[in-house]
Every structure is written in structure tokens, then in C-alpha cells.
Design a protein around this ligand. Sequence first.
Ligand SMILES: [Zn+2]
Length: 98
Amino acid sequence: MHAPERVTLHAATARLSLTWHEGQTQWIDNATLRERCPCSTCRRMAQSGAAPRSGPHIAIVEIQPMGYGVRIVFSDGHAQGIYPWEYLAGIAHTPVGP
Ligand SMILES: [Zn+2]
């Protein structure tokens, strides 16, 4: 899967947007991204029924391009998750306006 053309942080609305080559833009809430963190620690927690803690106030501090995806640094200090593009496309909701 190719990288999106653009990945943008929207601090005011606590969302991330992904613009794909087809021109389609997908939006994902920060809280959703935190809850679906694919790192081994969070996956283990999710499997044991204890979803990673998140909240409406979670922010994304930084996104670091990793080639096949992005590493997301959250305001709670968690930065272990590397989100492959395909995984992000899977979590993204149907396109909504900005
Ligand atoms: Zn994690």
C-alpha cells in the first residue's frame, strides 16, 4: 500500500487526516488512534480486556514517517505504536468533511 499524499494533524479538532492519491481524505480521532495502538503492549492489554487508556483530551504531539507507516507520539507519552498505512486506512471512518 502506498503512503498517502498528505498526513495532517488537526490539533483544534483532535484528529488526523490522511489524503490518498485518489483524492479521498479520511479522518481519524486522536482517541481512536490511541485506543487502537498496534504496539505489542497495547495489543496485549486489548486482548486481556483492558483497552489502552485514552480520553477526549489525548493529543498527538508528533508524527514520524517510517516509510510503511507513521510512528505516533501521544501527549500521554506513549510513542511505541507504528501504524502501517493499511492499518490506518482500516481504522479510518468514511470520509467526513473538514
Ligand atoms: Zn501502544
